[in-house]
Structure formats: structure tokens, C-alpha cells
Design a binder for this molecule. Sequence first.
Ligand SMILES: [Zn+2]
Length: 94
Amino acid sequence: MSESAVPSPRPIRVPVRYRTGEAGETSRVVHMAVWTSSAVYLAMCGAELDGHRAEVVVSGMPCMPCVRELALREDRPDRSGRAVVAPADFRLPG
Ligand SMILES: [Zn+2]
């Protein structure tokens, strides 16, 4: 992992899903989630993934409610005036 050491002004969303064997294959959609101090990933759709049972991934079947949330927020620039990036977040380069 190469996370920045500089605190972000807003939460960093990462694509996460349950690890193999932690959930049925149909439940292993990729959520866009932020890491919380209670050791869970809180997804934009409201799902909470236990940090020990989830993994950060670069691609996969996206969670549709998360995609919808991202699309809705994409139209609204954040405080820096920069549009919040979205569904493309599900396909990170590399
Ligand atoms: Zn989701």
C-alpha cells in the first residue's frame, strides 16, 4: 500500500469487497468505501464491511447503490472546486 501520509481534507474512498470465502460470490460486489476509526469500511451505499473480512481491489462487479451515490455526487464540486471523481474509480490503473 502506498497511502499518502498527509491527512486528506476529505475521506478517501477506496474500492473494497469481501475477501474470498467471507461472503457468497453474489455478495462480493465492489463498494466505494471510507475507512473508519472503528475498523470497518463504510460504503457509500451504507454497507459496513469488517476490515478483517474485506480487501481493497482494483476492479470487480460494482455495487450499484454505490455507483448511484457516486454519480449523484459527481455533479457537485467539492469545496476545492474540483469535481468529485467517480464511477471510473472502480477501475484504477495498473
Ligand atoms: Zn455499496
